[in-house]
Every structure is written in structure tokens, then in C-alpha cells.
Design a protein around this ligand. Structure first.
Ligand SMILES: [Zn+2]
Length: 430
């Protein structure tokens, strides 16, 4: 619908108050596809009274909204995912707007309202998941040599309806952290004896509890949550690394940050209180000391490497009560790669070469930590010679191994930046 038409209709609504008139305008419907579920998000002008129920023969899911009006476009049925067949709406009685979704199978469902946040306004979220779930884990639990591999679970923060922090040029934390996490995953999987697992590999929301569950299920040896920072003060910049605190946050800033990252779970529709209790019960005092000691070693190694490629917000490892770090028996860190609210850092975070630099720095930190660990595989040093592969470029290789392009050029006496597949490059000593 054109903006003009929308404005005219909105004007009409404003000019004609009274019974039968809508209180809530539905500007659109967005669909997310996390594994084994579908999330529908209605974008609303105002909160709405709603009701949800299912019908059989044929199976349908009905969403009724009171005094609402559709002005946005609805997705094609092909975009509705594996559980929904089609969508239509009408008004079965006055003041009721009814959406009917055709179901391809029996589903469980849940719905809740979300208040405005960031670029989003009021929203009604409907979560749908299949009732037959045996198929779920058969795919995921592939038995094999995992027990012998050193497993690193990478956790790209936020996702889906939760964009995380947003920069002035609209760079979103959820996108940047996913890009860096995928690059980190590739680097880890290139190392013999190491395996990476991602808590999400696309743009959807995973609850904080769900992220812990993945780490536990994958028998993670290490856990890395990847984030980008935000601050009101636009000059704030630099990377920081957090570990779990046993006595609450070490500073007020850390507490605030923990609150912000934890609050994102509200956007995922999870009951914070219930989860907190069960998480607290999970943590056994005896293991906390060990976990914090290991996490601190790990965090220090990563912090040192991040300091080689850019500014640090703080030279010391911080402690805070991040829920996502609370999996027992797993050394865990949360990396804030830089401030997305700082113009210069926003630009860097969105740059693919810098993303490779960040991923490589975290990877070098992992290897450094590993050198002191009995359970770690024998990790190789950075090779002294690098053989050029397809799609390599001088700047990518430099980013990955933590050099400048100029260093590579002079070490190899290159007169041109053009590389040939199979060509050997000498990597300078770091
Ligand atoms: Zn974050």
C-alpha cells in the first residue's frame, strides 16, 4: 500500500471516532523461522485485545483481535513456513478482526504482546511449534566422534525479533555478531581436533535458557557468546570480555550491561523468573570456582588478542551475571567486540575484513587458552608458510593472521597484490 493511501486511511480513522472504529492498525505481519517453530509478528499501532484458539476439520489456528484494522500487506502463503498453509482475515462480528491460518499439522501455540523497542513499535507475537517432536532430536544428535573433539559453542547474541543494539547507520548487533560467529566457526572447524557449534546460524531468536541447553547438549568444552556494545555516550569505544561473577557484578556498568542482555529474553517470550530459579539451582558452588578460574584464563587470552587488533574498552576481564554464561562445567566468556553506537566502530563492525580480524583474534585466544589445557587437542602454531587457496586475497589473509597488508607485501617482496592459487606466502613472525 502506498504511503499516501496509508496516511489517508489513518486520517479517516482519526476523523471518524465512535463505535465500529479501529483502535489498532496492523501495519504488517512478519514471519521468523527458528528450528522446529514459526514465529508470527504482527506490527501494531497500539496494544490490542486478542484471543487465540484452534479449530479442527480442517485444522486451523484463529487469532481474533478487538477493534483492529489491517493496513499493511500480509506475507504470501509460501513464506509462512512448514506448519502454516494459508492465511486470510475477515470480520465475523462487529469489532472483531479474525485471522485464520490453515494448519498443515497439529501445533502448540502461544501469544503475547511486546512493547515498542528500538525501531520496532507495539507487536503481537504468535509462536507456533509442532506437537510431534520426536523428529526434532533425531536430526540434531548425530553421534560420532564428538566426544573426542574439542567442542566450542559459539553463541551469536540476540536474533529475530531482538535486534540487540543498533548503530546510527542502522547496523544491527544481531547481524554483525552472526557474521563474526560464522567466520569464527569456519576457523575452528579448519583446525584438526576442534569443532564449532553455533547456537543459531540464521536470523532467529534463541532464548538464553535455550543457548545454555545447546552448550550442555553439545558437551561444549568452551562457550563464547558474541555481542557488540552500546552506550549513550557516542565516544565510548573498544572491546571488552566478560565472565560470570559469583558475587554479582564487579561494577555498576557491568550490572547494567547484564540487565540489558538479560532483558532481551523478554523479547523471546520466556518467563524470566522461572528460568532464573532453575538456573540458580543448576549451579553448584564447588564448580563455580573452577569454572571462573578457567573462564578468566580463557577471557584473558581473548582480551590480549583483541587488544592487538583494536582498542580495548578495559584492559581487565569483567565479571557480570550474564545468564547465558551460567552453564555448569563449561568455561564461558562473553565478548563485546566494540561499540556499535560509536560511528567509527560501527563502520568497522559492519566491514567484512574487520569481522574476519575479530573472528581470528577470538580464535587465536582459543588456541592460546588451549595450549595450557590437558583436554585440548594439539593445536598448530600459525604456519610460517601459507598456501594461497581459491577466493583468498592479500587483505583476507592479513586479517586472518593478524598482519597488515603492508607487512605481508614486504615480507614476500610482492610487487602486486594479485595472488595465484597454490602460491606460497611467508607469514612474518608475530
Ligand atoms: Zn548484545
Amino acid at each position: 500500500m502506498s504511503r499516501l493511501r496509508r496516511q489517508l486511511l489513518l486520517l479517516l480513522l482519526v476523523l471518524s471516532p465512535g463505535p465500529g472504529c479501529a483502535d489498532t492498525v496492523i501495519a504488517g505481519l512478519r514471519v521468523w523461522h527458528p528450528p522446529q517453530s514459526t514465529r508470527l509478528v504482527f506490527d501494531l499501532s497500539d496494544p490490542v485485545e486478542f484471543e487465540l484458539f484452534d479449530l479442527s476439520d480442517p485444522k486451523r489456528l484463529v487469532v481474533d483481535m478487538r477493534r483492529a484494522l489491517v493496513l499493511g500487506t500480509l506475507p504470501e502463503s509460501s513464506a509462512l513456513g512448514p506448519y502454516l498453509g494459508g492465511i486470510r482475515y475477515g470480520s465475523p462480528k462487529s469489532e472483531t478482526l479474525r485471522f485464520v491460518f490453515d494448519l498443515k499439522q497439529s501445533v502448540g501455540y502461544d501469544a503475547f504482546l511486546l512493547p515498542p523497542e528500538g525501531t520496532y513499535g507495539h507487536r503481537l507475537v504468535v509462536d507456533i511449534s509442532p506437537l510431534e517432536v520426536e523428529a526434532v532430536d533425531r536430526n540434531r544428535l548425530k553421534p560420532g566422534k564428538r566426544a573426542r573433539s574439542f567442542v566450542i559453542v559459539i553463541d551469536p547474541g540476540h536474533g529475530g525479533e531482538d535486534p540487540g543494539a543498533t548503530g546510527r547507520r542502522h547496523t544491527r548487533e544481531k547481524d554483525v555478531v552472526l557474521a563474526v560467529s560464522k567466520r569464527l566457526s569456519r576457523l575452528i572447524n579448519g583446525e584438526i581436533g576442534m569443532q564449532a557449534r553455533l547456537t543459531r546460524d540464521r536470523d532467529y531468536y534463541v532464548s538464553l535458557r535455550g543457548r545454555i541447553d545447546i552448550a550442555v547438549r553439545e558437551k561444549a568444552d568452551l562457550f563464547v557468546s558474541v555481542h557488540a556494545d552500546a552506550a549513550k555516550r557516542r565516544s565510548a569505544m573498544g572491546a571488552s570480555v566478560y565472565i560470570l561473577s559469583n558475587k554479582g557484578a564487579t561494577s555498576e556498568i557491568a550490572r547494567q550491561l547484564a540487565r540489558r542482555e538479560n532483558a532481551s529474553d523478554l523479547a523471546g517470550g520466556v518467563q524470566l523468573k522461572d528460568r532464573e530459579v532453575s538456573v540458580r539451582e543448576m549451579i553448584l558452588d564447588m564448580e563455580i570456582d573452577w569454572k571462573i578460574r578457567e573462564s578468566r584464563d580463557f577471557a584473558s587470552a581473548v582480551l590480549k588478542e583483541l587488544g592487538m587488533i583494536g582498542p580495548l574498552h578495559s584492559r581487565k576481564v569483567h565479571q557480570a551475571g550474564f545468564v547465558v554464561l551460567k552453564a555448569i562445567e563449561i568455561p564461558a566468556i562473553l565478548v563485546e567486540m566494540g561499540y556499535i553506537t560509536n560511528d567509527q566502530e560501527e563502520q568497522k563492525l559492519a566491514n567484512s575484513l574487520h569481522q574476519e580480524r575479530l573472528a581470528a583474534a577470538i580464535f587465536r585466544g582459543i588456541k592460546e587458552y588451549c595450549r595450557q589445557e590437558r583436554d585440548c587437542p594439539m593445536v598448530g602454531n600459525s604456519p610460517a608458510l601459507y598456501t594461497v587457496k581459491k577466493a583468498d586475497s592479500l587483505s583476507l589473509i592479513a586479517a586472518r593472521y593478524g598482519f597488515t597488508v603492508q607487512q605481508l607485501r614486504s615480507e614476500n617482496a610482492l610487487s602486486s597484490d594479485r595472488l595465484q592459487v597454490g602460491q606460497e606466502l611467508i607469514l612474518p613472525e608475530r
